[in-house]
Design a protein. Structure first.
Length: 252
């Protein structure tokens, strides 16, 4: 089985984030880290490859930098990485990102394309579904449990009221929720081996993808400060004020 896993390098959340004053874009330093939510997708991809004697290829879009985040993912056990790094893709919206990832996945070939639900520096939550549509394969989303069922893939799809059991043929796109599995820790041997694993770098032109960012950040403003709450002195009619508030919020 050929497993592709989408991973993303992001600025270290433990460090203060900076915005470019000219473009209002997030400044991405060379030393970026692996998006922590991607560890669950990597673990699922590794388990699927181990069950089927397959291979895991990482797929990442964004500035390469020092590849600290990608090396972290390779150290977990992935076999190789494919990076799409092109200044023309800066400011890409979710659809452009999906087009790039789909084109790279098509170029590599895959049985399963594994992703997280969303990245912690974007939070659009729509790229996996878009990529599946562009590739013409099923989208298995919000998977909290994944297993092979003969030649098919069976998942428990998390919902607001529980979960659905979904069975799908391959190839497919699979988005994994945080907590679906327990990600493994890289071993010292894995960390050392990651330095020598193959990494291919592609551009938008290599994938025949036209750069069309589709969005521009025109301004950034601080979030409004939290307002002080209302103090109600209960003289025996405080419950009426509570009911009035709940009605105004359309809770009741």
């Amino acid at each position: 089985m050929q497993v592709l896993v989408c991973v993303k390098q992001i600025p270290d959340p433990a460090s203060p984030s900076l915005l470019d004053p000219d473009t209002n874009r997030l400044v991405r330093p060379p030393e970026q880290v692996l998006d922590d939510t991607d560890r669950y997708g990597i673990e699922v991809g590794l388990q699927l490859a181990e069950q089927t004697d397959g291979a895991v290829t990482l797929l990442s879009m964004g500035p390469t930098g020092t590849m600290q985040g990608v090396r972290q993912a390779l150290a977990m056990g992935a076999d190789k990485a494919v990076l799409v790094d092109d200044p023309a893709l800066e400011d890409s919206d979710a659809l452009t990102t999906a087009k790039v990832l789909a084109a790279a996945a098509r170029r590599e070939g895959f049985d399963v394309l594994v992703t997280g639900v969303e990245s912690t520096d974007g939070y659009s939550g729509v790229v996996p579904q878009m990529a599946a549509e562009l590739l013409g394969v099923p989208a298995l989303t919000f998977a909290r449990r994944v297993e092979m069922d003969g030649p098919d893939l069976r998942i428990e799809r998390q919902t607001a009221s529980g979960f659905d059991v979904v069975l799908s043929p391959l190839p497919a796109v699979l988005s994994v929720t945080a907590g679906a599995v327990e990600p493994r820790y890289p071993t010292f041997r894995g960390i050392m081996a990651a330095r020598n694993k193959p990494v291919d770098t592609l551009t938008a032109a290599d994938l025949s993808v036209t750069s069309d960012p589709g969005q521009r950040i025109v301004s950034v403003a601080p979030a409004p400060e939290r307002q002080a709450g209302e103090v109600v002195e209960d003289g025996g009619t405080g419950h009426l004020r509570i009911v009035e508030f709940l009605e105004s919020a359309r809770i009741i």
